[in-house]
Write a protein that binds this ligand. Structure first.
Ligand code: MG
Length: 416
């Protein structure tokens, strides 16, 4: 038999006829979208496979290695195809292959929704809330700039704000850094952890004093601290009642997270750098995380996240799926479908996509008064206009080069 055909008789004649990856960068951030076509005219699915730093590798994985497994299969066999893509490489996982898998998985769920005439959230059992409350990012060159930006977002209706402030060095995460701040150091553009540990509590003291107690405040360490420094920072931030402190340590040190989380007086949110659903499950089961925030486009797609959602519901961990500018609007739609169908929902990170992105992705989710609503359209309710997408070709190397400047003043490379 042809091994690409289904191992059981399909219920009807529908089959997958093509699998492609489209890369577009309407905000400068390369987004990878998988499109799965079927034998029915006009019936196709879209999934997010975005891995901005290695997008060429994901495209090759999708088109050269995964597509041949799918053509001829019935698109309804989502779980079997997910397992086949996962197992067939023998050496399983890793972000490149799991991004390819995630894109395919989400595209198949999109097709399932379109066939049923239902939004994906109805296929998952329906809503337990009307919409997902979100947080957005406020950043500025100084503490006062950052707090002013946060105040403007609160005035726009947002109830949760992530604060990152600028400072010395090109390694400042989420806010503008200042080159040449350490002119006598071996690497004058370096980022200094002691400055960071001092300025971050000062940022939140100012924010709480200015914005009051009616807003939730969040912060992303971006994996820069040792486990002990993470606890020191968490304790320093306790008076300002953070909603969560994100990625306090690097993935290489996740075995220390249960101790960090136990010692932290503020909730710890981790997960976007995990590409393995089993690693994410271990993190939940070990008590290493209060809020799980995996990247739906890296961890294995909607099917993987559904399993993690069930685990979170049973263990008291809440969800806060990764959702900045390197999750495409298709991935955002998947995040929202998860958000509105689980009691484990904590918060949803939102990105305010520009007009170019909204033109590339008709149906792009846009927050209203801080809430993201699921589309009532069948499937994800988000399309991809390939003519518009082609106007924004991706630039190779930009995000790789950024990581090369994230160094300490002594020149040592830092976790980007
Ligand atoms: Mg983050």
């Amino acid at each position: 038999m042809d091994e690409t055909q289904a191992p059981w008789p399909p219920r009807d004649e529908l089959s997958i006829t093509g699998v492609r990856a489209i890369v577009t960068a309407p905000e400068g951030i390369p987004l990878v979208v998988v499109r799965v076509d079927t034998s029915t005219d006009g019936l196709y699915g879209l999934g997010c496979a975005t891995f901005t730093q290695r997008f060429h590798a994901v495209v090759a994985a999708v088109e050269e290695h995964v597509a041949p497994l799918l053509v001829g299969r019935h698109p309804a066999d989502i779980e079997d195809i997910n397992r086949l893509v996962h197992l067939s490489s023998y050496w399983r996982g890793g972000p490149v292959l799991n991004n390819a898998l995630s894109g395919v998985d989400m595209a198949l769920w999109d097709i399932a929704g379109k066939r049923a005439g239902m939004p994906v959230y109805e296929l998952l059992g329906g809503r337990v809330r009307a919409a997902a409350d979100t947080y957005v990012h406020a950043s500025g060159e100084s503490i006062s700039d950052t707090v002013a930006r946060a105040g403007a977002l609160v005035a726009d209706g947002y109830r949760h704000i992530r604060l990152q402030t600028g400072g010395p060095g090109l390694g400042t995460y989420g806010a503008p850094g200042v080159a040449g701040s350490y002119p006598h150091a071996p690497y004058p553009d370096g980022w200094d952890v002691n400055h960071y540990l001092a300025v971050t509590p000062a940022l939140f003291e100012s924010a709480r004093r200015t914005l009051g107690d009616g807003v939730e405040l969040l912060h992303d360490v971006h994996s820069r601290l040792t486990p002990k420094q993470a606890v020191v920072l968490a304790r320093a931030l306790e008076p300002y009642r953070l909603f969560f402190l994100e990625d306090p340590v690097a993935p290489e040190h996740y075995d220390r997270l249960p101790a960090v989380t136990a010692a932290s007086p503020v909730p710890i949110a981790v997960g976007e750098q995990l590409s393995s659903v089993t690693d994410a499950a271990r993190l939940v089961q070990s008590g290493g995380v209060d809020l799980l925030r995996v990247h739906v486009s890296t961890v294995g797609g909607l099917s993987a996240c559904r399993k993690l959602v069930a685990l979170c519901e049973l263990t008291g961990v809440r969800t806060a799926w990764h959702g900045p500018g390197d999750v495409s609007p298709v991935g955002v739609a998947a995040n929202i479908a998860l958000d509105v169908t689980t009691s484990a929902f904590g918060i949803q990170e939102a990105h305010l996509f520009n007009a170019a992105t909204r033109s590339v992705f008709p149906g792009c989710p846009v927050p209203r008064h801080g809430y993201l609503y699921p589309s009532p359209s069948p499937g994800w309710g988000v399309d991809l206009d390939e003519k518009e997408a082609a106007k924004y070709p991706p630039e190779t190397g930009r995000f790789e080069r950024w990581a090369a400047t994230v160094r300490r003043p002594d020149g040592g490379l830092e976790s980007p």
